[in-house]
Design a protein around this ligand. Sequence first.
Ligand code: 5GP
Length: 206
Amino acid sequence: MRKGVRFIVSGFAGVGKGTVVKELLKKHEGYILSVSATTRAPRDYEQDGREYFFISQERFDEMVEEDAFLEYARYTGQCYGTPKAFVDEQLSLGKNVILEIEVQGALQVKKRYPDTPLIFIVPPSIEELRNRLIGRGTETAEKIAKRLARAKEEAEMISLYDYVLVNDDAGECAERLHSLIETVHAQVQRNGEMIRELRRQAQELL
Ligand code: 5GP
């Protein structure tokens, strides 16, 4: 069994990265989404344990103390973190684990595990992004302004990422993401065991 790939998907608020990830999970086996903990309030459609674990600031601080997070960050005034145990367990089961997280957290994971591919999803244009954020209707004007300001900051950080994908169509973007992860699986350094076994067989036969 091959070991799973842990990879990061980031993108500006409203870029549709959630939809891309959903398409990927729907169309391809072998992927699982890491469910983060957050101190922000749930949106109408969100369920505890599905989109996020919605926890108090006190509980979040406790988890930081317990070293329970692979990474954590503040984003527009709220805390978000990736519970570590789940990710490790799924990787060892051979699942590709998707971390849908923002830039600061992504860089923390990259520092800890440099072989983690960092993928940034961008919109076809910023005008389109603004329209999507307003059209989503889940946020107040003030929150939208905060998220657009954060997008401007994050745009400066894209050069720290490994790959960029344009979300012109969520289904197509998900297919390109899948191809990318398959390519990562093919990296020589991820196939050490198989290569060693082939060498051993060659030694024996020749
Ligand atoms: P939202 O509040 O829109 O669900 O998420 C806000 C931002 O936080 C998004 O960019 C999302 O990817 C990011 N995010 C979600 N979970 C985590 C996490 O566990 N860690 C970090 N660093 N960012 C996260």
